[in-house]
Design a protein around this ligand. Structure first.
Ligand SMILES: *Cc1c(COP(=O)(O)O)cnc(C)c1O
Length: 366
């Protein structure tokens, strides 16, 4: 059996540290905010290389709060990739802005800069760069576009902890960046958690206020905000796990190397490319084939777990029927029928990866 994800195995490897960290939080009753939340925020901003980190309740809240904290003009359009998890576009609409979907680049499945340029209108205020599957977007091209058109760049780093663009840590390049620590992400908490990172002091302060009821002092509220705070237990777990993140990503990269060398040359199987600028964090290893459903069934019959990220583009979701973009001849609209995520993670040995390859090779030879 090769599992898609094995959080239990990961826990058993760090159990003593995790239990001690959780015990400490309980002993000190620093449940919401407080010293463990502050400590993780410091650790994480150091890891990413930004001045500020604001811990929040989850990755979706991070996106919503970051967008609100930018204070974009009413009626603004934000360009979002048409292929992502729904939270990327949902956050834009929920904050009252207009989602403008843009197709992805066939080489790296992230926003295509040339198409972004075409999607810009007089109302465009920001671009949301989603580092899908852990592969960094073309940040030089997107930053240039933002400079030329005076736009903000929001990074959705929910799948890309530890990925790098040209040696720069993902999350340290745009105006404001958002992370999810959902348990299954490359850095996952033991519940929901998220963070906003930025070098912009004003944005960080505003995000902190929004996430805590617009609070500026005890029972003193400058405006109506919301409640989305990082809790102490999640923060303590994350501080322990952050120390292992780089070694876990190295493991992911080693497995990816095995897949890339063993599976090359299969005519009807498209492997993920890695751009020259990318340190890929391999949150997911996604292959494409027109025989996707057959291959998925065959893997499952052979005790290899796999997943589909995602079965449709965002415009193909009922939530976006009104935009009438589901039938556009976009790669985004084709992806859902072809993508298959094969297992990758720190729980896997090289032998597991070779076993997955054997079964895939056998499938295509039959
Ligand atoms: C997981 C994810 C989110 C949302 O994070 P949550 O913590 O689950 O709210 C946002 N964007 C992308 C690309 C994601 O993969």
């Amino acid at each position: 059996m090769v599992r898609f994800l094995d959080l239990k195995k990961q826990f058993l490897g760090i159990e003593t540290e995790i239990r001690a960290a959780i015990d400490e939080v309980i002993d000190s009753c620093a449940f919401i905010g407080g010293k463990y939340a502050n400590a993780f925020e410091n650790d994480f901003s150091k890891f990413v290389g930004t001045e500020y980190c604001v811990g929040v309740g989850n990755g979706t809240d991070a996106l919503e709060i970051a967008i609100e904290a930018l204070g974009l003009p009413a009626g603004s359009e934000i360009i979002v990739p048409a292929f992502s998890f729904v939270a990327s576009s949902e956050a834009v609409s929920r904050m009252g802005y207009k989602v403008v979907f843009c197709d992805i680049d066939p080489d790296n499945y992230t926003l295509c800069p040339e198409l972004v340029k075409k999607a810009i209108t007089a109302n465009t205020s920001a671009i949301m760069a989603v580092h899908l599957y852990g592969h960094p977007c073309n940040m030089t091209a997107l930053m240039d576009i933002c400079q030329d058109h005076d736009l903000k760049l929001i990074e959705d780093c929910a799948q890309a902890h530890g990925a790098e663009f040209d040696g720069k840590m993902i999350g340290s390049i745009g105006d404001v960046s958002c992370f999810s620590f959902y348990p299954g992400k490359n850095l996952g908490a033991y519940g929901d958690a998220g963070a906003i990172v930025t070098d912009n002091e004003g944005v960080a302060l505003q995000a902190r206020k929004i996430a805590n009821h617009g609070r500026i002092g005890k029972y003193d509220h400058e405006f109506e905000g919301r409640n989305s705070r990082l809790d102490g237990i999640q923060a303590a777990v994350l501080s322990v796990k952050l120390k292992y993140l780089n070694s876990w990503i190295d493991r992911r990269i080693s497995i990816a190397e095995i897949y890339l060398s063993e599976l090359q040359g299969i005519a009807s199987l498209i492997l993920p490319k890695r751009e020259a600028w990318a340190k890929q964090a391999y949150h997911l290893f996604v292959v494409r084939t027109e025989r996707r459903d057959e291959l998925a069934a065959f893997l499952r019959e052979n005790d290899i777990q796999c997943g589909i990220h995602y079965p449709s583009s965002l415009p193909q979701l009922s939530a976006y029927d009104h935009l009438n973009l589901a039938d556009m001849p976009w790669l985004s609209n084709q992806m859902g029928a072809e993508v298959l995520s094969i297992p990758i993670g720190d729980h896997m040995s090289d032998e597991d990866a070779y076993q997955v390859c054997e079964i895939i090779k056998y499938f295509f030879k039959k």
